[in-house]
Every structure is written in structure tokens, then in C-alpha cells.
Design a protein around this ligand. Structure first.
Ligand SMILES: [Mg+2]
Length: 216
């Protein structure tokens, strides 16, 4: 059995939600009503991000400097090494913005890990967002994690997904192994769906090692 691993970025690969922090900081706190509507699924990610972008006054240099303060989960390195040594492709799939994800991954020595996210472009102090992975059949996500898994996993692969929030919901019914914490874990518990709980990526690494062992 072959496996592929998909990780959410904000709050999962990174220790905090960098996107939320960015929009809150550079949108002067005005994004909260939008985020609440998005969490209730009253507006799509695409609508939410486009409206958030209008509230932003920042440059690409501001975002670069802002992203310097954020870390990735210390367990990422072991998880990545375990996957590489077992021929398991690793993807970061995010409904956030590629600019800060790539900057943070690069700075921590993981600039080579594939990142699929929405594309941020600064024109002066104006932020524009493009959606290169938009899947019209989803209708909610800018970058639907369910469709990313279906598109990227190799023929016959079983998929492992690791996430923490509402942007991960489309992966729930697609992933063969679903790791969840925080809002995603709460949602799955309320919905009566099974998942593998975790706190850190070290927990995920331990369980993935068992999955590899069971599969061999
Ligand atoms: Mg997240």
C-alpha cells in the first residue's frame, strides 16, 4: 500500500494561524465579521479572502517582515524525513496565501516542499488574490483540500490528511487517515466522525510510523 501525506499550513504546519494574524494586523482588526461569516459557511473562502484583501494596507515587504516571527511545528522535520524515506509524497495544501507560506517554509529549510495555496500579489499597498486551484464543483473553498487530495494522490495511494480548522472540511470525507486538532477536532466530534487526534506533528509522526508498519 502506498501513501501520500497532505498537511494544512496555518495552525497545523505553522504553530499559529499566520493568515488570520496577517489579516487582523494589516486590516486593523476589521476582518472579524468576515471570518465569522466564513466559519458559519455563509460566505465562501473566495468571497472572504477578496473582501479581506480590500481591507489590507501593506506591501510585499511588510508581509515578508511580518512572516519572520512565525515558526513551524518542531515535529515537521521528523515527519518529513519519515515520509521521504518511505516514498511518501508530502504536500502543503492551504486556503491561505502562498507568499507567507513559502517565505516561512523557505526560512526553516523546507522551501522544496510543494505548496498549493491561493496566490497573493501586491500592487503597491493593495493586495490582490488569485485562485489558481479553484474547483467550481466545490463552491466554498479557494483551494479545496478534498479536490487537491483527489488530484494529487497517486493511483491507488491512501491519503493522510492533517488539519486543524474549518478550511479543512472538504478533506474530511476524502482522506483515508484524518488527523485533527482544535476547531476541526471539535467539528468532527460534534458530527460523530472518527479521526486521529493530535497536538503536535510529533504525535502525527508516531502514528504515521505505525500506519507504514501496518501497511507493509
Ligand atoms: Mg489551519
Amino acid at each position: 500500500m502506498k501513501l501520500s501525506l497532505f498537511l494544512d499550513f496555518d495552525g497545523t504546519t505553522s504553530t499559529v494561524d499566520v493568515g488570520r494574524s496577517f489579516f487582523t494586523t494589516f486590516g486593523n482588526g476589521r476582518i472579524l465579521p468576515l471570518v465569522e461569516k466564513w466559519a458559519r459557511r455563509e460566505i465562501s473562502s473566495v468571497e472572504c479572502l477578496r473582501e479581506e484583501a480590500k481591507l489590507i494596507h501593506a506591501s510585499e515587504a511588510d508581509l515578508d517582515e511580518f512572516s519572520l516571527q512565525f515558526s513551524i511545528d518542531p515535529g515537521f522535520s521528523d515527519l518529513y524525513d519519515l515520509c521521504v524515506s518511505n516514498d511518501i509524497p508530502v504536500y502543503i495544501v492551504s486556503d491561505g496565501l502562498d507568499l507567507y507560506i513559502k517565505a516561512i517554509m523557505q526560512r526553516h529549510g523546507f522551501g522544496h516542499v510543494p505548496v498549493l495555496a491561493n496566490h497573493a500579489i501586491f500592487k503597491g499597498s493593495k493586495l490582490e488574490i488569485e485562485f489558481p486551484y479553484l474547483d467550481d464543483s466545490c463552491g466554498h473553498c479557494g483551494n479545496c483540500k478534498g479536490s487537491a487530495i483527489e488530484r494529487l494522490r497517486r493511483n491507488g495511494d491512501r491519503s493522510i490528511f492533517v488539519g486543524d480548522g474549518y478550511s479543512d472540511l472538504c478533506a474530511v470525507d476524502v482522506a483515508d487517515y484524518l488527523f485533527a486538532k482544535s476547531d476541526l477536532a471539535d467539528y468532527l466530534t460534534r458530527s460523530g466522525k472518527e479521526f486521529l487526534p493530535f497536538d503536535t506533528l510529533q504525535d502525527v509522526t508516531s502514528r504515521v510510523r505505525e500506519i507504514i508498519h501496518e501497511a507493509s
